[in-house]
Design a protein around this ligand. Structure first.
Ligand code: PLP
Ligand code: TYF
Length: 394
């Protein structure tokens, strides 16, 4: 029967990861897949994660099933981390999911169950998995303008104009912080304007927050999410713990559905449990338990926050240094956007041909849309990358 299958397009980011591994050059530089790497190129297990795992190993006396929505203590801890009391707790339904991707998938399914004809507005560009999951589910996608090719910032007027075309029953998907793939983000007053559009159109926001703590700080990165959640009656939030806890392979995420009032919460909560049951029954627990242990232990939480700050500071330094080096080599300010962008990624804003030239000639690997993972750089590779960028004429 399976001869009827059609081959599916590969994930470009993951294909690039393989290509990099197969490249024998020892001068190669990996700026592809979005994982944090330290100065030695390693993605370490965070100190607090190790300590939490040790505690769990010592104290856990059963691995019996949790519940369909996972351990409620994980939901409580994550709701606090992301929302910090921005909305009444008794309006928030939540379910643990396999990673942020699981939360995104369950959110789309929840939308589809509630409104089979909902349109989902997505930034142009957005994380490719948003588009492929929406396509797979047969949901209607509307692009809104986001990246300004000229300034490498946000095309804010275009964005607002496009979002204004949404109406009640539509969903507007927003990146809570550290936009993937561009690195370009809204400022506080621009977020306020987006909130105004949400209120005027009645469209429902869905916020994907996968990099809290990677941009301007834990609270700063969640500020827009909190403000939106408080300003509209209903809101979906897909949170990932992969990056900020460095537990990528543990598959740890949470989907939150905020209802207009406590009475409406129950239906959301029951539906989230139903959706988990249909797709995988019980969500993974180990990563969720690590996160809960860290967030609920003052010393571990403090240590985790410190290490996350160091990670964030490292990426900011790399940004400033790369922008500085490019300014020196090019004699112009045209790469200043690199220091303005936030999170792991920056879109350089060049053609796939130039990206290919960077790979073939200089062993620099970035996604063909010219997204580079800033965390893939270090002191040695910054000048090499800067020279390569100038050499290919970007
Ligand atoms: N959403 C965005 C925008 C992402 O970049 C990612 C990737 O890390 C995710 C969601 C979810 O990641 P994960 O499923 O690994 O938690
Ligand atoms: O955008 C990235 O690089 C990360 C990691 O199918 C990732 O979000 C990449 C591709 C993918 C899942 C995660």
């Amino acid at each position: 029967m399976f001869e009827t299958l059609q081959s599916q397009p590969a994930d470009k980011i993951l294909a690039l990861m393989q290509m990099y591994r197969d490249d024998p050059r020892d001068t190669k530089i990996d700026l592809g897949v979005g994982v944090y790497k330290d100065a030695t190129g390693l993605t370490p297990v965070m100190r607090a994660v190790k300590a939490a795992e040790q505690q769990i190993w010592q104290s856990q006396d059963s691995k019996v099933y949790t519940g369909l929505i996972g351990d409620p203590a994980f939901s409580d801890a994550m709701i606090e981390l992301v929302l910090a009391g921005a909305v009444p707790r008794d309006t928030v339904a939540a379910a643990a999911t396999p990673g942020g991707t699981g939360a995104v998938r369950q959110a789309f399914e929840l939308i589809q169950m509630a409104r089979p004809d909902a349109r989902v507005f997505v930034s142009d560009p957005t994380w490719p998995n948003h588009l492929s999951i929406l396509k797979y589910l047969g949901m209607e996608v509307v692009n809104y303008r986001y990246f300004d090719d000229e300034s490498r910032g946000v095309d804010f007027d275009g964005m607002i104009a496009d979002l204004s075309k949404a109406h009640a029953g539509d969903v507007i998907l927003l990146h809570g912080c550290c936009h993937n793939p561009t690195g370009a983000n809204l400022n506080a007053s621009e977020w306020d304007a987006v909130i105004k559009v949400l209120q005027e159109t009645g469209a429902t926001p869905m916020i994907d927050i996968a990099y809290q703590g990677f941009g301007d700080g834990l609270a700063e990165d969640a500020a827009a999410t909190r403000k939106i959640a408080a300003a509209v009656p209903e809101c979906l939030i897909a949170a990932s713990c992969s990056k900020n806890f460095g537990i990528y392979r543990e598959r740890t995420g949470l989907l939150m559905a905020i209802a207009a009032d406590p009475a409406a919460r129950k239906l959301n909560q029951d539906t989230l449990a139903f959706l988990n049951r249909q797709n995988y029954s019980f969500p993974p627990d180990h990563g969720a338990r690590i996160v809960t242990t860290i967030l609920n232990d003052a010393a571990l939480r403090e240590d985790w926050m410190q290490e996350l700050e160091d990670v964030r500071g490292t990426m900011l330094n790399l940004r400033t240094q790369l922008a500085g080096e490019l300014q020196r080599l090019s004699g112009s300010d045209r790469f200043g956007f690199l220091a303005q962008h936030r999170g792991m990624f920056s879109r350089l804003g060049t053609t796939p041909e130039k990206v290919e030239e960077l790979r073939a000639k200089h062993g620099v690997y970035m996604v063909s849309d010219s997204r580079m993972n800033i965390a893939g750089l270090n002191q040695q590779t910054i000048p090499i990358l800067a020279r390569a960028i100038i050499d290919v004429g970007i």
